[in-house]
Design a protein. Structure first.
Length: 337
């Protein structure tokens, strides 16, 4: 039980202030395991030990976390339904109050594999990593699958041993992440560009992804731009620029996009699309690039048809610049409408 002796624990048994002090100091987790405790019970204990309540709680009651037997509720959330504490703190509370049942995992999520399944999980996880799946997706697939298994047991009233999911569950998890558009970090941005297939990326862009992604697409200090360019060489050119034109309005962002992502390809497709959607900021930045042709017939036809005076004025004011590096026209692919 760490540094706590039997004498110290006995001395604190009926002293809430002493209990709280010992609990707060027990922050280390040498066992690298986690115990789970119902929010309702721990909140009662917190109130008792901080003096806001004089009612001493009864035995630890984790029964509300279960449907029956060892079948967990399938829709619980951390800090709403349960808290995650280290074994040292659990042992203290159990010594003072008793109760249970004790729930232990090697991850800080109640839906992580039980310790009895960890050898099987490690072997499966290694196979998934060797196939290119990310650890975060593997663990998320496990949690999602275990929730589904718990829900099925609750519905049928029959308890069964948990089973490690198949690789298809990891793929389902990835598809779910695409639908939810969870771009919250540089790692997530790398995931979308380097990990997903061209078809999945097309689908993601068509769903109008988060503006958070622009932080990483336009960051010259990160290697993401090269990855994005490699992906665009496949099927991603059109959905990429359509999304940029609909979401990005800042001049600084467009200046970086124009200089980084070769917008002159496909018969100045980006200029034509910028005129079509009326993104004047994009049009202005594009026309400042010597590779872009402001006399593009299709762009002019679109501008005149849209009757957008500001964009027509930008096109009218354009004059060709000397390219920094000449590229033969026949080398440029032509995007067919």
């Amino acid at each position: 039980m760490g540094a706590e002796t039997s004498y110290m624990l006995d001395e604190a048994r009926n002293n809430p202030k002493l209990q709280r002090g010992m609990y707060d100091r027990a922050v280390d987790n040498k066992d690298k395991q986690w115990c789970f405790i119902a929010c309702r019970w721990l909140n009662q204990w917190m109130a008792y030990t901080d003096g806001s309540s004089k009612q001493r709680p009864g035995p630890i009651d984790n029964s509300e976390l279960f449907v029956f037997g060892s079948v967990l509720q399938s829709d619980m959330h951390r800090r709403k339904d349960y808290y995650c504490i280290n074994p040292r703190r659990w042992n203290m509370l159990y010594t003072w109050y008793g109760g249970g049942p004790r729930i232990v995992r090697q991850r800080g999520c109640i839906y992580a594999p039980p310790n009895s399944l960890m050898p099987q999980y490690r072997s499966w996880s290694t196979r998934m990593k060797n196939k290119g799946h990310r650890p975060s997706d593997i663990l998320e697939a496990i949690k999602t699958n275990f929730k589904a298994q718990y829900a099925y047991m609750a519905e049928t009233g029959i308890e069964r041993p948990l089973e490690i999911p198949t690789e298809e569950c990891v793929e389902t998890t990835i598809a779910t992440r695409i639908a939810r558009d969870n771009v919250e970090s540089y790692e997530d941005a790398l995931f979308y560009i380097a990990y997903l297939t061209d078809e999945q990326m097309d689908e993601w862009f068509e769903q109008n992804p988060s503006i958070e992604f622009i932080k990483y697409v336009t960051d010259a200090e990160r290697p993401l731009s090269d990855l994005m360019l490699q992906w665009m060489e496949g099927h991603g050119y059109k959905p990429f620029w359509k999304w940029m034109l609909s979401m990005v309005k800042k001049t600084a962002s467009w200046a970086h996009l124009v200089s980084t992502y070769e917008p002159h390809l496909f018969d100045d497709y980006v200029l034509r699309e910028a005129v079509r959607v009326g993104n004047a900021v994009a049009v202005e930045c594009l026309l400042q690039d010597p590779r872009v042709d402001g006399n593009n017939d299709k762009a002019w036809q679109i501008a005149l048809a849209m009757q957008n005076e500001s964009i027509t004025a930008l096109l009218n004011d354009w004059s060709p610049q000397q390219p920094t590096e000449s590229v033969p026209d026949e080398s440029l692919p032509v995007y067919e409408e």
